[in-house]
Design a protein around this ligand. Structure first.
Ligand code: NAD
Length: 284
C-alpha cells in the first residue's frame, strides 16, 4: 500500500491521545483534533509526561522522545486533517455523533484517505452507512493503552475494499502491532470475550460478599495483570456501559450480556474511573 505518512486522530481522550502517540512514535506526522481544544492541550501534556517517564526509565532515548513530540500536532479545526492518509475517530461511543463526524470528514478529507473508527462495539457498517466512498472506511479497534497494547482488531464491513484492509493489516504488523481481521459483529472478539469477566465481578459485587478491591486483589494474585474493576476504571465506566448495552441489545438481552446496576450507577454518579478521578477502585 502507499505509505501512510500523515495520520489524523479525532478525539483526544483516553484512546485518541495514545493512538496519536503510537503513530508519532512510529515515525508518522500526526494531527490530533477534539471538539474541546483544552482536551487536545491536556492530551499533549499527558503524552509528554508518558514520554518523560519512558526516558527516565531508559526505554526511550531523549532524542527519540523529542522527535516523537515534534511529530504530534494540535489541530484547531477538522480541516487541519485534510491531507491525512488515514484518519482514526476515537470520540464518544454514540452512533449518531460518529455518523455526523464521518459525514464532515468525508467533506474535508481526500477521497483516497482511509477513514477508521475505534468503536468498541457499535456496528461499523452502521457508522459508515451514509458515506459516499464506503470502500475506504473500516474499523480499527485499538486497546487501552493504545501505544502499548499490541492487538488491533481490523473490522471489515462490505463494501470496504478487502485489498486496502489486507494492506493495512500488513502495514500495522510492520510497525509493531498485531493486527487481525475480524467480522463486523457486536463487540468483535475481545470485548465479547471480556463480558463474562466484568459481568461475574459485577454480580459478586452486587451480591455484597466482597468489595471491588478484594475481587481485584484476588484476581491479580491469581495472575491476571489487572482486576476487573481496575480494568473498568481504566477503560471508563461510560465506555464499558455503552459496550455492555450495545451487546445486550444486539443479542436480544440474552443473560450472557446482562447489564448490571452497579455499572449503571457508577455512570449516573459520574464515577467513570481514571478520567473522572473516581471509580470502583480509583480515588484520586
Ligand atoms: P473519552 O471520553 O476519553 O474521549 C472522547 C473524546 O472525544 C473527548 O475528548 C471528547 O471531547 C471528544 N469528542 C466527542 N465528540 C466529538 C466530536 N464530535 N468531534 C471531536 N471530538 C469529539 O473516550 P475514549 O475512552 O477515548 O473512547 C473513544 C472511543 O474509543 C469510543 O468509541 C470507545 O468505545 C472506543 N474505545 C475505548 C476504549 C477504552 O478503553 N476507553 C478502548 C477501545 C475503544
Amino acid at each position: 500500500m502507499a505509505e501512510l505518512n500523515k495520520i489524523g486522530v479525532v478525539g483526544a481522550g483516553v484512546m485518541g491521545r495514545n493512538i496519536a502517540l503510537f503513530f508519532a512514535q512510529t515515525g508518522h506526522q500526526v494531527q490530533l483534533f477534539d471538539v474541546h481544544q483544552d482536551a487536545v492541550t491536556s492530551a499533549l501534556d499527558a503524552v509528554g509526561q508518558t514520554l518523560t517517564r519512558a526516558v527516565d526509565k531508559g526505554r526511550v532515548s531523549a532524542d527519540d522522545a523529542a522527535a516523537t513530540k515534534a511529530r504530534l500536532n494540535a489541530a484547531s479545526k477538522l480541516a487541519d486533517l485534510a491531507d491525512c492518509d488515514l484518519v482514526i475517530e476515537a470520540i464518544v461511543e454514540r452512533l449518531d455523533v460518529k455518523q455526523t463526524l464521518f459525514a464532515q470528514l468525508e467533506e474535508v478529507c481526500g477521497s483516497e484517505a482511509l477513514l477508521a473508527t475505534n468503536t468498541s462495539s457499535l456496528s461499523v457498517a452502521d457508522i459508515f452507512a451514509n458515506l459516499t466512498h464506503k470502500d475506504r472506511a473500516l474499523g480499527l479497534h485499538f486497546f487501552n493503552p493504545a501505544h502499548i497494547m499490541k492487538l488491533v482488531e481490523v473490522i471489515t464491513a462490505p463494501p470496504v475494499s478487502q485489498i486496502r484492509c489486507d494492506d493495512l493489516v500488513i502495514y500495522l504488523n510492520q510497525i509493531g502491532k498485531t493486527a487481525i481481521k475480524v467480522k463486523d459483529s457486536p463487540g468483535f472478539i475481545v470485548n465479547r470475550c471480556a463480558r463474562p469477566f466484568y459481568g461475574e465481578a459485577l454480580a459478586i459485587l452486587e451480591e455484597g460478599d466482597f468489595s471491588a478491591h478484594q475481587i481485584d486483589a484476588a484476581m491479580r494474585a491469581q495472575g491476571f495483570r489487572m482486576g476487573p474493576f481496575e480494568l473498568i476504571d481504566l477503560v471508563g465506566a461510560d465506555i464499558n456501559l455503552a459496550a455492555s448495552e450495545t451487546m445486550a441489545e444486539a443479542f436480544d438481552h440474552h443473560p450472557r450480556y446482562y447489564v448490571f446496576n452497579q455499572l449503571k450507577q457508577q455512570v449516573e454518579q459520574g464515577n467513570l474511573g481514571g478520567k473522572s478521578g473516581k471509580g470502583f477502585v480509583t480515588d484520586e
